[in-house]
Design a protein around this ligand. Structure first.
Ligand SMILES: [Zn+2]
Length: 364
């Protein structure tokens, strides 16, 4: 297996159809017309299944099985209609030689380019271009999948544009990004675009159960915490990860004074805590998300308690919802939002956190 390559997660046919339904339909439409565009752009949040769909599509376009099980798979769409045969590429056979090679990251004609560190660098694009100079080794259709293409630096983007304008023979590009507006218009205009919506919670829950990653209340709690991202649900379902996240959340909530109604932290405690959590900027961004989701839950717990995301702490959240006033919660949510913005625009992390915590205690 190639270094850094993650195999496609196992998805049950049912869940695959549900979770990627629209994307798979879009791709099925392309296959039906038998004219594959030279470049496809997938946008959507991290973990919405863009990369899996790209790999499935590459498999479907190279699968040599005569007897594709999907033609008789009994797949159903959300309204329980049988899916037509043209949707068969939802399940390329997965066992023929090309399918297996693509699935394990060992196919010489399927190139996956991902950012290393912060950027996709020019060297990586140059390497790619020189390997595309040669004819495909064995694939009917060669694929280049570039993930998070917004991380291409200007130099890399320029040399990549040339390939996008004149793609080599039998070569197809699939690009993924957060949103269209992150990319150069010259890239977007050369691609057929498809947007992935976040995956519905019940699909994530079902997938966790079907793949034996979690069950019962835990599956429900993870699916809510995953925020529509399949990969995040997988991460959280790894042994201990969910527990670790809830322990971190409880620690943050307690020390920010958000765990009890009327709890007030004194200034020395606030400064000490701000120092602790502002050391690592990446982690701080995550911590602010955790606090935001907590406050959001307490607020919506007042009105629509079944929508609470921190499901494992639902009882405590409902209690807080009763005790805390709406205007207080809103002003705390605004404090987290302005902290998030400040961090994104490179403000001093420690001062930012201190300001936010003081705002919390003012409204305590
Ligand atoms: Zn196959």
């Amino acid at each position: 297996m190639k270094k850094g390559f993650e195999p496609i997660p196992v998805i049950t046919p049912d869940a695959a159809v549900h979770y990627g339904q629209k994307a798979y339909r879009f791709l099925a439409g392309i296959l039906e017309k038998e004219s594959i565009p030279h470049a496809i752009l997938f946008t959507g949040i991290e973990g919405a299944g863009k990369r899996s769909a790209a790999l499935s599509f590459a498999m479907a376009c190279n699968c040599v099985s005569q007897d594709n099980p999907a033609t008789d798979s009994g797949l159903r769409d959300s309204e329980n209609r049988s899916l037509p045969v043209s949707d068969s590429f939802v399940r390329p056979c997965g066992v023929c030689k090309p399918c297996r090679k693509i699935k394990t990251g060992n196919h010489p004609d399927i190139h996956i380019v991902e950012p290393s560190g912060r950027y996709i660098r020019i060297d990586r694009i140059r390497d790619l271009l020189s390997s595309l100079d040669m004819r495909p080794y064995e694939a009917m259709r060669r694929f280049v999948i570039i993930t998070n293409v917004q991380h291409m630096n200007a130099e890399a983007a320029n040399s990549f544009l040339k390939m996008l304008e004149e793609p080599p023979e039998r070569t197809f590009l699939i690009l993924t990004a957060g949103q269209k507006s992150d990319l150069l218009p010259t890239i977007v205009s050369r691609c057929q675009h498809f947007h992935f919506n976040p995956i519905p919670n019940d699909c994530i829950e079902k997938m966790l159960i079907d793949t034996n990653r979690a069950s019962g209340e835990k599956a429900k709690a993870i699916s809510l915490a995953a925020g529509g991202a399949f990969s995040r649900a997988f991460e959280l379902s790894d042994a201990g990860a969910f527990l670790k996240q809830t322990v971190r959340r409880d620690w943050l909530v307690e020390n920010s004074g958000l765990g009890d109604a009327g709890s007030k932290k004194n200034l020395p405690l606030i400064f000490a805590f701000a120092e602790k959590i502002s050391k690592n900027k990446d982690m701080l961004a995550e911590d602010l998300d955790i606090l935001y989701m907590w406050l959001r839950d307490v607020l919506i717990g007042k009105y629509i308690p079944h929508k609470i995301i921190n499901y494992d702490a639902a009882e405590k959240i409902r209690r807080l919802s009763v005790d805390e006033a709406t205007d207080k919660l809103l002003s705390r949510i605004r404090a987290v939002e302005s902290a998030r913005r400040a961090i994104l625009s490179n403000a001093n992390p420690r001062l930012t956190v201190e300001t936010m915590l003081i705002q919390f205690s003012k409204t305590g």
